[in-house]
Design a protein around this ligand. Structure first.
Ligand SMILES: [Zn+2]
Length: 226
């Protein structure tokens, strides 16, 4: 494993690595650390009276939907001002496939086409009744938006505590086929994402870990695909 961060864990020839990585052999696995330079709020804030951890719990949305959606609108407005940073952009320009734990949608904003959002997306709304997904604009119409199809209350498009991550089977497929797994801005502390790194190792893939300063390291690792 190679580590690129504030300090390097050992001497790494970054240029030699960059020459090897491309869209056919590398998959990126990203977490909150890649979006820090985009100015996204992280951590233990309270929005509209709702602590961020409760924002991700189903009972908040069932018991206090109007307050939960007020917080949602606040967070959505803040996040809409965030733009992709050079790390998101480099991955998009190199057309690297991305598996992300982030719900900020910045990989898609940067132009990446092949993105697995394991935790869903803040900018989508979901109907539990008919399983349809809608754009977040519906929250500006009603205090608590309802499904245009079946009228049931909508819920946020990101996964709530206790939900299974999405598309994990496809993520496993991508990782199993990759020669390089580039882990960016995440510790992969929890299953099932921790399992993805194990799969890469079992398959003999090289794991490259960008633990800090993603906006500087990632553009040096990935060259644009012409
Ligand atoms: Zn519905």
């Amino acid at each position: 494993m190679y580590e690129l961060g504030v300090r390097r864990s050992r001497e790494i020839d970054v240029q030699a690595l960059a020459d090897k990585l491309n869209r056919d052999n590398a998959v990126a696995l990203t977490g909150a650390g890649i979006s820090v330079a985009s100015g996204l709020p992280l951590g233990n804030e309270v929005v509209q009276g709702i602590p961020l951890n409760e924002f991700f719990m189903l009972h908040t949305w069932e018991e206090r939907p109007s307050q939960a959606f007020a917080a949602y609108r606040d967070i959505l407005s803040g996040w809409r001002r965030a733009t992709p940073n050079p790390a998101h952009q480099a991955l998009a320009d190199a057309r690297i496939r991305i598996i992300t734990q982030n719900i900020d949608g910045l990989h898609r904003d940067a132009g990446s086409q092949e993105v697995i959002e394991l935790h869903g997306n803040l900018r989508e709304l979901r109907c539990f009744q008919c399983d349809a997904v809608f754009a977040s604009q519906l929250v500006w119409k009603d205090d608590v938006p309802s499904c245009p199809t079946c009228r049931a209350q909508l819920f946020p498009g990101f996964i709530l505590e206790g939900d299974a991550v999405r598309h994990i089977a496809r993520a496993v497929e991508w990782v199993a086929a990759a020669a390089y797994l580039v882990v960016i801005g995440t510790q992969l502390a929890m299953d099932p994402v921790r399992r993805l790194r194990e799969i890469a190792r079992e398959r003999g893939a090289d794991v490259i870990w960008v633990s800090a300063m993603a906006e500087e390291w990632v553009p040096t690792l990935f060259l644009p695909t012409r």
